[in-house]
Design a protein around this ligand. Structure first.
Ligand code: ADP
Ligand code: ADP
Length: 235
C-alpha cells in the first residue's frame, strides 16, 4: 500500500482552477517529485496533502484509508510532516530549542517524554550526525547556520518526531550548488530510512538526482507523469 494515494484531486479558488484531476502517490523509501512553474498548483497540492487546505474533488487515501483532513494536525497525526520554505524556525533560538519547538503538537507520534536540556542537546546532535550533519555547537542560534543546514535541522526534526511522509517545499530554492547538495544528500538519507518524500522543486536537475517518481503540473493539471526508468505521457 502507498503511504499516500491522491486520486483525481481538484481545487478551485473562486473562478481559478488551482488543481484539476491530479493523481499521484507516495511510497515508503521513494521520492515523489512535483515539478512545474509558478502557478502550476504545486503549493495547492502539498497543502491538500498536508491538511492545510481542503480539496473540492477527488480522494485522499492514507495507508489504505480514505481521509478528510481539516487541519494540519490531522495530517501530522498520520505521520505526514511538512517542511515549508519558511521552515518555522526561530532564528534567535539555539538549534536544539528549534529542534524541540512545537513537539507538543506531535503527541503520540514520537518519543514524547520530558527530557532534560542536556538530553535535548544530545538528541539534536546525534540525530543530525546520524544523517550526516556534524554540528559541533547546537547552542548557536539557528540563524547562524547556513540555509542548507537549517533545512536539514527542519527535516531531522520531522524525522525525529515520527514522520513517515516528509513534504518538502522547494528546499533548495534559495540555495547554491553546494548547499543544495547538502540538502539533497539529507533527503536521500531520509528516503533510505524508509520515509516517503514529496519534493517540490523548480529544478529538474535536483529532481533527477533523488527522484523516483515525477509529476509535472501546468495550470493545475498533470501534464506528465514519469517513473524512474519508465516514461509515460499522461495526456
Ligand atoms: P504553485 O505553487 O505551483 O506556484 P499555487 O498552488 O500556489 O501554484 O497556485 C495555483 C493557482 O491557484 C494560481 O493561479 C494561484 O494564483 C491560485 N491560488 C493559489 N492559492 C490561492 C488562494 N489562496 N486564493 C486564490 N487563488 C489562489
Ligand atoms: P509559492 O510559489 O511558493 O506557492 P506564491 O507566491 O505562489 O508562492 O503563494 C504564496 C501563498 O499565497 C500561498 O499560500 C498561496 O496559496 C497564496 N496565493 C497564491 N496565489 C494567490 C492568489 N491569487 N490569491 C490569494 N492567495 C494566493
Amino acid at each position: 500500500t502507498a503511504l499516500i494515494e491522491a486520486r483525481g484531486l481538484g481545487k478551485r479558488y473562486g473562478n481559478v482552477v488551482a488543481l484539476a484531476d491530479v493523481s499521484t502517490r507516495v511510497d515508503a523509501g521513494k521520492v515523489t517529485c512535483i515539478l512545474g512553474d509558478n502557478g502550476a498548483g504545486k503549493s495547492t497540492l502539498i497543502k491538500i496533502l498536508a491538511g492545510a487546505q481542503t480539496h473540492d474533488d477527488g480522494e485522499l487515501v492514507v495507508a489504505g484509508e480514505p481521509v478528510t483532513f481539516q487541519r494540519p494536525k490531522d495530517a501530522l497525526d498520520r505521520g505526514i510532516a511538512t517542511v515549508y520554505q519558511s521552515l518555522a524556525v526561530v532564528p534567535m533560538m539555539p538549534v536544539w530549542r528549534n529542534f524541540f519547538l512545537g513537539s507538543e503538537l506531535t503527541k503520540g507520534s514520537g518519543p514524547l517524554r520530558r527530557l532534560a536540556v542536556r538530553e535535548m542537546k544530545e538528541v539534536t546532535r546525534s540525530d543530525l550526525a546520524s544523517m550526516g550533519i556534524d554540528l559541533r555547537d547546537v547552542d548557536q542560534p539557528i540563524g547562524t547556520l547556513s540555509g542548507g543546514e537549517r533545512q536539514c535541522v527542519a527535516i531531522a526534526r520531522a524525522v525525529h518526531f515520527g514522520a513517515r511522509v516528509l513534504i518538502l517545499d522547494e528546499p533548495t530554492a534559495a540555495l547554491g550548488v553546494k548547499q543544495s547538495g547538502v540538502v539533497l544528500r539529507y533527503v536521500a538519507a531520509a528516503r533510505d530510512r524508509g520515509l516517503g518524500v514529496v519534493l517540490i522543486t523548480h529544478n529538474p536537475h535536483h529532481a533527477a538526482l533523488v527522484g523516483d517518481r515525477f509529476l509535472l503540473l501546468r495550470r493545475g493539471r498533470a501534464i506528465a507523469g514519469y517513473e524512474r526508468g519508465e516514461v509515460t505521457a499522461a495526456e
